[in-house]
Design a protein around this ligand. Structure first.
Ligand code: ADP
Length: 456
């Protein structure tokens, strides 16, 4: 068995099975057998089933949110928002799956049809930062278009995934169509990759593991979707509404304690607003409270000791290279809880020579840098191997659009701290991966166009 710990207390909050190779094979046996039946089920029934999963999630909003907080640590209100966000993916997939259609044309006296078929049995490997939502994105699309799926959640947060599996079955998904397997990542990953019946794998996680999976996929030409790390820039221009710029930063940066792949990791602030922005942000960040996610706090613990050490290391490294800490810089001690509570931290005069500018910190740290010219900010913003999210804060529509176009990333929020919604595609460019989740394009990720040409 695999023990699941509450990251705030280290108490065991649940146990899940460590799937053996044989169990993973059995899940794939069942998923492959179920695939043609599920693909042949009419679209309206599948769409209704997927909508019923959304209803199931919303009906269990509070217990599910508690489960997320218990194994992942985020504040309960954020877990509730995660349940809503996850449900919205099922709602959108339910709606969009009814709009898929074949295309037909007559060419050279031939009748040609392009059919969009479910790709086949799929697998999903998901991370711990959004135990429900990251899985919902993949499962909603796969199930809606007629694919079976074997799911491997992160070892830190498997309980929510197991519950999602149960809710899906209760909503009418045939038992063999969706399987949640928990256990050792390498072992399960290996079993999945070696099974030729698997036709697609969708992964959300680190760029490092994404690269590894890409190598494994190459050996058998397995289609992948990869949603990997990010290193989002936030550019605050002189003309920005100060309050709105600070609010954007607070939401985008401190949600989930900074443990999101879309969190701003480099904050570029124009000289004219720099000092006022820093003062206002410092005042807000300093007031953030930390504690157990059940206790109405702003920040929960980070996921584990390695995460807490990495954050501290990034802060220390920034200081060593000339960064000036104006808020935070260490950890908070909270009686009765673990020491995984990094202080909300603001560091000025940061730059590319620092680790926090090159690697994802995944913590509540705001590295700030002053700039003067627009071109300089854009050049710095794009100077990264990553390209997932980016943010712009300005009151000029022209400037916002121009900079959004210039940013080399998959999703841009102009004065919007939450640009990622279920209705639109989400995904990265460069080392942030490929493939899209959300909206109609998210369904395409699980479909293959097949051309049938008839001569009569
Ligand atoms: P993080 O650094 O956020 O924990 P990871 O990329 O390590 O992200 O993990 C994301 C997901 O990938 C998790 O479900 C994890 O168990 C899984 N994973 C990690 N290593 C492997 C591997 N070698 N094969 C398959 N899955 C893996």
């Amino acid at each position: 068995m695999l023990e699941v710990l509450d990251p705030a207390t280290d108490k065991v909050v649940g146990r899940v099975a460590k799937a053996t190779r044989r169990e993973v094979d059995a899940a794939l046996d069942a998923a492959s057998a179920a695939q043609p039946r599920w693909a042949a089920t009419d679209a309206a029934t599948r769409s209704e089933t997927v909508a019923a999963i959304a209803e199931g999630l919303r009906a269990e909003r509070t217990p599910l949110a508690r489960l997320i907080t218990m194994e992942q640590g985020k504040p309960l209100t954020e877990s509730e928002a995660e349940v809503d966000y996850a449900a919205s993916f099922f709602e959108v997939a339910s709606r969009e799956s009814l709009r898929l259609g074949d295309q037909g044309l007559e060419v050279d006296g031939k009748r040609v049809r392009v059919e969009h078929r479910p790709i086949g049995p799929t697998a999903a490997i998901t991370p711990w930062n959004f135990p429900l939502a990251m899985l919902a994105k993949k499962t909603a699309a796969a199930i809606a278009v007629g694919c079976s799926q074997v799911v491997k959640p992160a070892e830190q947060t498997p309980l929510t995934a197991v519950r999602l599996g149960e809710i899906a079955v209760a909503a009418g998904v045939p038992r063999d169509v969706l399987h949640v397997v928990t256990g050792e990542p390498e072992e399960i990953g290996e079993a999945l990759f070696q099974d030729v019946r698997l036709r697609k794998l969708s992964f959300t996680g680190s760029t490092e593991i994404g690269r590894l999976l890409l190598t494994k996929a190459a050996a058998r030409v397995l289609p992948l979707s990869l949603e990997l790390g990010g290193h989002a820039p936030l550019i605050v221009f002189d003309d920005a509404n100060l309050e709105a710029a600070v609010e954007l930063t607070m939401i985008a940066k401190f949600r989930n304690g900074g443990q999101t792949c879309v969190a701003p990791n480099r904050i570029l602030v124009q000289s004219g607003i720099h000092d006022r922005y820093v003062d206002a942000l410092a005042e807000r960040a300093d007031r953030l409270t930390s504690g157990h996610g059940f206790d109405a706090v702003d920040l929960g613990p980070v996921i584990d000791d390695a995460a807490a050490s990495k954050i501290q290391h990034h802060i220390d490294d920034a200081i060593e290279h000339g960064g000036r800490v104006v808020v935070g810089g260490g950890r908070r001690t909270i009686p009765g809880l673990t020491d995984r509570f990094p202080e909300p931290t603001i560091i000025l005069d940061t730059g590319p020579e620092m680790r926090c500018w090159r690697e994802e910190t995944f913590g509540p740290v705001c590295p700030i840098r002053r700039f003067d010219r627009e071109i300089e900010a854009i050049e710095l913003a794009n100077r990264t191997p990553y390209g997932l999210a980016g943010y712009v804060s300005t009151s000029s529509e022209d400037l916002g659009r121009r900079v959004a176009r210039a940013l080399d990333c998959g999703i841009v929020g102009v004065n919007d701290p939450r640009p990622a919604i279920a209705d639109v595609p989400f995904g990265g460019v460069k080392a942030s991966g490929f493939g899209r989740e959300g909206g109609r394009l998210g369904l395409d990720d699980y479909l293959v166009p097949v051309t049938v040409s008839e001569v009569r």
